[in-house]
Every structure is written in structure tokens, then in C-alpha cells.
Design a protein around this ligand. Structure first.
Ligand code: 26Q
Length: 820
């Protein structure tokens, strides 16, 4: 149903008025950006009414609330998504057309709020969409970074990072809420005082620096249910007012420091993906948003409840990886020092309120903080962690008397470090992995000791994605086709897609499906021409790998295989070869030198391959600059082949894999993360699986025996590819890719040469690629595969994931906002 507010004439009038009020201009005089602002304000007006209505409904129904605590929310653009969820996209598109405006151009004016790195941040965004759509009361809690994920420019083949000043024109979908500001304290010391009345010690935090946390709320609209939840991101402001001459001269130094602290704390998102940066500022960011969010949650609870010991009945804090894990100690602090509870009561509540999701098993991503830094920055919180640790060690010793190995492996504080994952597991009542295989590896390898001691905490929640953004909005042609075939229920019940299976042998339907794919490929080709100046043929196979750049994701395997194909075509020009476009998109962390070199390599290979007339355009390589949520939507829709080629056991789940599948691209991948479940859903015959299993990889890791030099010495085609890295084929500087070459072979990297087993999987990958080509040549077979991928993707909606979190972990109540 279309809301009255989106009645076309009303809407047009409102846009014109907003342009007038905001810019003192007529529509004709306004820029596209100004029109975007005006349109957004009109949409926001409607949302605000539903926001108020949702608030009222929550007050009346008093549901349990989940606070999704995350350092990252990779939201992507809001305008189009809100229009979809309000059921107004079509109407608004037409209204804009009548004003002579193209909705796509208007949407393109919006900056991507890129307050996240990759998978973990995007998952948080999908979860908020599903929570609102499923009628659950939820808050996202995070940080309002002034600068989100950097913009990537490619210059001379190199990645160059540019700041992302996403707030420069003002962001229309946020609301400052100064009345909910909270103070957060850093540094100082703890004074212990005897409280003769309560007959116990009082802990008084003094000499700290204070920062004011000011929340900005962003509306999260549910699909067609009038629910509007809140993403609350915190900004930092100094508490002292510099413009007052009157402040105590003696405090000048402290005042300057507090001002600096406020300015730096929310300045920028750390652009590390799956890698721990042990920076003090990062820990400050974590405590800053956690403390403010917990204070706000407790204040909200106390407004309508007077028994703080029942907090867990109405509140749950889900920790998105260990990044917000300081929450468990902060909650203890607030319950004891502010609410006056004793340790046991506070611990009982805390351990019923906190739950933890693990997103990685890679050791370099595990958060460990030096105790020196931790205790200096958060002295009272550190004290509490010490006590949690002391009590936990007693528990270990009780359960495993005399087994000091256990203490060594499981302690929260050990070797001068605070291990955040251990803290999260000990204090959380639920520990979950993000795909079946990942959870099994956690239970049987990485977190084995914890699983043995507390098996009841462990559970799996396979990730999912929102079909509202990644099909309804990103692929309107396919969305309409699906609705045509099976009705619109898939938008809130993705399992409906299985009804498409009856079309798997229907030639007309297959034809339609592939025609849509072709049109989407044309749309992407246009984007690539406009943004990269490269012409690609939409008739070629679009083989796509888009994700953060990391060695474990093995973009290197992909590009080495491109070189191998190039050599084949050059050596056998007469060879039957189906034209292929290899498309990459990836940001490398600014400090990750080898990852940046891999980007350079991809671009150097692209230069050579794309400009070699002798191969007749059979092979093209494209690196899409600045891969992000907004262009991802276009990219997934246009994919023929989904590259999911991580070293088995390393990718916890992956979510891009699901977005490709939903859009009808078969997976070319390893048995890793959620790929395993994708194959289970779609059938092995509709995917291209290759490579070593996670068991094989783990076995090599534990026992050694992987010998890439043997492969290099015995496989001349692989050797040729590797030689080309250092013989000037792709760069006149023969040292350019020496490090990459070494990384694949050098046994001096012992005990394990190439942790990512690239040469070990190379032949198997090349064979799988051959199978892709054969399958693609058979048009009907391919169409069927593609369609079945869409038809079998129902499991991978974040709606299913969220319902599982609700059923097994959160136990939330459904809320009704829209009266029928
Ligand atoms: C930690 C400490 C200091 C600085 C940065 C970090 C940091 C930041 C981001 C550590 C890890 C991350 C991101 C991890 C991540 O995105 N993991 C991905 O999560 C997805 C959602 O569950 C999975 O699908 C992916 O498999 C997993 O890699």
C-alpha cells in the first residue's frame, strides 16, 4: 500500500517546497545534489511519523530490546532503500520523472555512509533491516565516524586512499539527539574508600578526562510494516567550553587535552579488515561507544522499570565480534558503582545480558590488549576484568585440578595481555559462529577448551543478507520477473523463491532470465566504461571477485590463473576459448603492503592483457575502483560467475557469496564458510567446487608437508606464470612483484611456506574454471544453473538468520505498529 504522503502530486509539491526552503531556489535552478536533499527530506518526513508511531507502540507494548553493539555499520545508501521499504519506490520514480528527473541520478547523489570495512559491518546493516522488517525492537549502537572507509582511487595501477568526508553536505537521514548525551571517562585512577554503612569498599574513579557522547539517530525502516527502529551512532564533543574565559587557568592543560580527545576519538574508522590494529585510539573508540550505549540502555530501562536486577528480561546486548567486549566489564561497573549492586548480583545480570558472535578464526584478527595500556586508559574497568579473570581461573582449577595448561590457554589475562575473546566467552551466555563449518572449527579447534568447559553456550547462526537491498533495489528487472512468476511474498519470505524451480526446464522462462542477466551486464559494462574507460563485451562471461583484499581470500590465485589463460591463448591462438571478462573490486587496508601490491599486479596484468591485440579481446581484466555498497548492488546483478576462492577454513562465512547466488550467479569456490551450505542448497551440479578441504588445510597446518617448490619444479605452466612475475612481462621493474613471487615459494617463511596454499590449489582451480567454460557454452544448461541458484537461495536471507537469533538467543517479542 502506498502511503498517502507518497501520493504523486503531494510528493512533487513537497519536493519543490523543500528546494525552496533549503536553498531558496526553484527546481530548475537546483543542482542534482540539492534535489537529492529535498527529496530525502520529503521521505524523512514520512519516516518520522512512523518513527514516532513505533516509539509509541514500543512504550505501550514494552518488548524486550536487542542492542546490536558494533564498531561498524556498513549501511550503504538510505534513500532508495527507504523508498523500497516504504513501498513507494515506483510512485516516487514516476513523480520524479514527471518533474523531469531520473531517480537513479538522484540516488547517485547520496554518499555511501561507509561506517564499516566489509563483511562484519555489512552484516550489521542487513541485520538491522531484518529486525525492523520482522517487527522486533532493536537498536544498532555504533560510532559516527567523521571519516568512514576511505575512497579508493587507482593511480598508475596503485591504490591511493582519499578521505571520505561523507558529512560535508549534511546527511539528511540523521537526527542529533543532544538531550540523550552521556559522559564517558578515560584515564585517571581508582581510589578505594571504606563504606561503613554498606560494610564494603567503594571504588571512586578520579583524575580522569571526560568526553561528551552525543547520539545521532538514523531511522531503520521495516518493509511495509510502519516499523522504524534506530541506528544510534555516537559523536564526541568536549565538555569544557573553550569560549568561556572564566575557566580555571590551572585546568587549561587538561581542558586542551579533553578537547583533543573529543576531536580525535571519532575522527576515523580503522580500515583494517580481519586484522587487529593494537592502537590506543581504537580501544578508546571501543570504550567510548560502549559506555555511552550502555548508559543510555540502562537509563531507558529505568524510565519504565524499577528493578534493575531484572534488566535481562528486557535487554540483550549482542556483541559483533570482540570489538565491543569491554561492554561486559562496563556493565559490571555501572551495575556496581552506579546502581549499587554487589558483585554476584551484577555478574548474574551481566551474564544474562551479553552474547558474543565470533567472525574469524585468523589469529592476527584476535584482539589482545597490553595490560599496561588497558589499565592506564580504563583503570576501573581493568580492575573489574582482573576480578573476572581471578574468579574464572578458580573455576578452571576446580574443574581441572592441577592442569596449568588449561589456565595458560584459557585465562582472560595472560602474558601481559587482555584477551577479549576469552572475556566475551566467559561473560557471554551465547557464543556463535557465522556458518556451520566455522562454528564446527570453533568448537573443535580454536575454542576447543572453552567448548569442552561450557558446551551449552556454543551455537551456529549462518549469516544472511537482505533481499530488499540486494534484489528488490539492486536488481529491479529480476525482482519484477520473480514477482511476475511467484508473486511478491518473496520480499519478506525468501523461501518462496523455491517456487521458481518449476521453471528450471521452461525454455521461455530461462530465456527471460538470461535476457535480464544480459541487460544487467550491459548496465555494468556502461558503469565500467564510465568509471574505468575500459570497454567490456556483455556477451563475454562476467567472472567476478569483489570483496576486501586479503591474502586468505586469494585474489592472487585468480589473477595468476588469468595469466595462465593468457599464456594458453597466446600459445594456442586457434584454441576454442569462450570470451571472458575478469572483474575485480577490492580495497586493501592502507598499511597492508602485500595486499596493495596484489592490486598493482591485477592492474598491470589488465594493462597487458587488455592491450594485446593478438588475443582478439578474448580476455579482459577490469579492476573496479572504490568497490562499495552502492556499486556492489549493480555488480552482483551482472555476475555470471561468483568467485569464492578463500583458503578452506579461513573465511568464516562470506556474505558476498549469498548476494551472487541470489542474483543467479553460480559459485566457483572452495568448501569454505557458507559456500558449504550454498552447495548443499543448490546441489553440487550447480556449483564449481575445487581445492583442498578445511580438514586437509588444517592437517597441513598442524603437521607440515606442504611443498610449493615441488609444484613449481614439476609443473612448467605454473612455473611460467610465476616467472612472469619477475621477468618484466607485467612491469618493466622486475623487482615490482618479487615479494609476491617469494610469498608463494619461499621456504624461509618456515615453519609454513605460503599459508594460503595458492599453488597447492592452482591446478584444481584451473580445472574448475575449465568446467565453468564448458557449462557456459551450453546455453540452456547454464541458464538452468543460474536460475536454480536464485531459486535455491532462500535460506540465505538475513530474515532467517535474525529469526534464529531471536528464537535461540534473544527471545524478543514481536511488536505491532501498523494497524490493519
Ligand atoms: C580489530 C582490532 C583493531 C582494528 C580492527 C579490527 C578488526 C576490524 C574489522 C577486525 C576484524 C574486522 C572485520 C572482520 C570481518 O569482516 N569478518 C567477516 O565477517 C563476515 C560476517 O560474519 C563473514 O562473512 C566473513 O567471513 C568474515 O571475514
Amino acid at each position: 500500500m502506498i502511503d498517502k504522503q507518497f501520493e504523486k502530486e503531494e510528493f512533487k509539491k513537497s519536493v519543490k517546497e523543500n528546494v525552496k526552503f533549503l536553498y531558496r531556489k526553484t527546481l530548475e535552478e537546483a543542482t542534482q545534489e540539492q534535489i537529492f536533499q529535498a527529496v530525502s527530506y520529503t521521505v524523512k518526513d514520512v519516516i518520522i511519523d512512523n518513527w514516532l508511531k513505533s516509539q509509541k507502540a514500543y512504550e505501550k507494548q514494552d518488548p524486550k530490546i536487542v542492542y546490536y553493539m558494533s564498531m561498524e555499520f556498513l549501511m550503504g545508501r538510505a534513500l532508495g532503500n527507504n523508498l523500497i521499504n516504504l513501498g513507494a519506490y515506483g510512485e516516487v520514480k514516476e513523480a520524479l520523472e514527471e518533474l523531469g528527473l531520473d531517480i537513479n541520478c538522484i540516488e547517485d547523489q547520496e554518499p555511501d555512509p561507509a561506517l564499516g570495512n566489509g563483511g562484519l559491518g555489512r552484516l550489521a546493516a542487513c541485520f538491522l533491516d531484518s529486525l525492523a522488517t520482522l517487527n522486533y525492537c532493536a537498536y544498532g549502537c555504533g560510532i559516527r565516524y567523521r571519516y568512514g572507509m576511505f575512497k579508493q582511487e587507482i593511480r598508475d595501477g596503485y591504490q591511493v586512499e582519499a578521505p571520505d568526508n561523507w558529512l560535508k553536505n549534511g546527511y539528511p537521514f540523521e537526527l542529533r539527539r543532544p538531550e540523550y548525551a552521556k559522559e564517558v571517562h578515560f584515564g585517571g585512577y581508582v581510589r578505594v574508600e571504606w563504606d561503613p554503612v554498606k560494610n564494603e569498599n567503594k571504588f571512586i574513579h578520579e583524575g580522569y578526562q571526560a568526553v561528551k557522547a552525543v547520539p545521532y539517530d538514523m531511522p531503520i525502516t521495516g518493509y511495509n510494516n510502519d516499523v522504524v527502529n534506530t541506528l544510534r551512532i555516537w559523536d564526541a564533543e568536549p565538555i569544557v567550553d573553550f569560549n568561556l574565559d572564566s575557566f580555571d587557568k590551572g585546568d587549561y592543560h587538561n581542558a586542551v587535552e579533553q578537547e583533543n580527545l573529543a576531536r580525535t576519538i571519532v575522527e576515523v574508522l580503522y580500515p583494517n579488515d580481519n586484522h587487529m590494529a593494537g592502537k590506543e585510539l581504537r580501544l578508546k573508540q571501543q570504550y567510548f561507544f560502549v559506555s555511552a550505549s550502555l548508559q543510555a540502555a540502562i537509563a531507558k530501562y529505568k524510565k519504565t522499570h524499577d528493578d534493575i536486577t531484572k534488566l535481562h528480561e528486557k535487554v540483550v546486548f549482542q556483541m559483533n565480534d570482540t570489538h565491543p567486549t569491554v561492554a561486559v566489564a562496563e556493565l559490571m561497573r555501572l551495575l556496581m558503582d552506579q546502581e549499587g549492586l554487589g558483585w554476584d548480583q551484577a555478574w548474574d545480570i551481566t551474564t544474562k545480558c551479553c552474547a558474543y558472535t565470533n567472525h574469524t578464526i585468523m589469529s592476527e584478527a584476535l584482539e589482545k590488549w597490553p595490560i599496561e595500556l588497558f589499565s592506564r586508559l580504563l583503570p576501573r574497568v581493568y580492575q573489574i576484568i582482573e576480578e573476572i579473570n581471578r574468579r574464572f581461573i578458580l573455576e578452571i582449577q576446580q574443574k581441572y585440578p592441577g592442569n596449568f595448561e588449561k589456565v595458560k590457554k584459557m585465562a582472560i589475562i595472560y602474558d601481559g595481555q587482555v584477551k577479549m575473546a576469552h572475556l566475551a566467552i566467559v561473560a557471554g551466555y551465547s557464543v556463535n559462529g557465522v556458518a556451520r563449518l566455522h562454528t564446527e572449527i570453533l568448537k573443535n579447534q580454536e575454542l576447543k577448551d572453552f567448548y569442552e568447559m561450557m558446551p551449552e553456550k556454543f551455537n551456529n547462526k549462518t549469516n544472511g543478507i537482505t533481499q530488499r537491498r540486494f534484489l528488490a533495489h539492486g536488481n529491479p528487472l529480476l525482482a519484477d520477473w520473480v514477482t511476475d512468476k511467484i508473486g511478491p511474498d518473496w520480499i519478506t519470505d525468501l523461501s518462496q523463491l523455491s517456487k521458481l524451480k518449476v521453471y528450471a526446464d521452461d525454455e521461455k522462462a530461462l530465456q527471460e532470465f538470461m535476457t535480464i542477466k544480459f541487460k544487467n551486464k550491459e548496465r555494468l559494462a556502461k558503469y565500467i566504461l564510465e568509471h574505468n574507460g575500459v570497454e567490456v563485451d556483455p556477451h563475454s562471461i562476467f567472472d567476478i571477485q569483489v570483496k576486501r583484499l586479503h591474502e586468505y581470500k586469494r585474489q592472487l590465485l585468480n589473477i595468476l590463473h588469468v595469466i595462465y589463460l593468457y599464456n594458453q591463448i597466446k600459445a594456442h591462438p586457434e584454441m576454442d576459448f569462450y570470451p571472458r571478462t575478469f572483474i575485480f573490486g577490492a580495497k586493501a587496508s592502507a598499511a597492508y603492503a602485500r595486499a596493495k601490491k596484489i592490486i598493482k599486479l591485477i592492474n598491470c596484468v589488465a594493462d597487458v592483457v587488455n592491450n594485446d591485440a593478438s588475443i582478439n579481446g578474448k580476455l579482459k581484466v577490469v579492476f573496479i575502483e572504490n568497490y562499495r555498497v552502492s556499486n556492489a548492488e549493480i555488480i552482483f546483478a551482472a555476475a555470471d560467475v561468483s568467485e569464492q576462492i578463500s583458503t578452506a577454513s579461513k573465511e568464516a562465512s562470506g556474505t558476498g557469496n549469498m548476494k551472487f547466488m541470489l542474483n543467479g550467479a553460480p559459485t566457483l569456490g572452495t568448501m569454505d564458510g557458507a559456500n558449504v551450505e550454498i552447495v548443499q542448497e543448490v546441489g553440487e551440479e550447480n556449483a564449481f567446487i575445487f581445492g583442498m578441504s578445511s580438514d586437509q588445510i588444517i592437517n597441513y597446518e598442524n603437521n607440515g608437508g606442504y611443498d610449493p617448490d615441488f609444484i613449481y619444479n614439476t609443473d612448467p605452466e605454473i612455473r611460467q606464470v610465476l616467472m612472469q612475475l619477475i621477468n618484466g612481462t607485467f612491469s618493466s621493474d622486475t623487482e615490482m612483484f618479487r615479494d609476491i613471487y617469494n610469498s608463494l615459494l619461499d621456504k624461509r617463511n618456515m615453519p609454513r611456506p605460503d599459508q594460503y596454499f595458492i599453488l597447492g590449489d592452482f591446478r584444481s582451480y584451473a580445472e574448475a574454471q575449465k568446467r565453468v567454460e564448458e557449462a557456459y557454452k551450453d546455453e540452456k544448461r547454464w541458464a538452468k544453473m543460474a536460475l536454480l541458484n536464485t531459486a535455491c537461495s532462500g535460506k540465505f536471507t538475513s530474515d532467517r538468520t535474525i529469526q534464529e537469533y531471536v528464537d535461540d538467543i534473544w527471545h524478543l517479542d514481536k511488536v505491532i505498529v501498523k494497524e490493519n
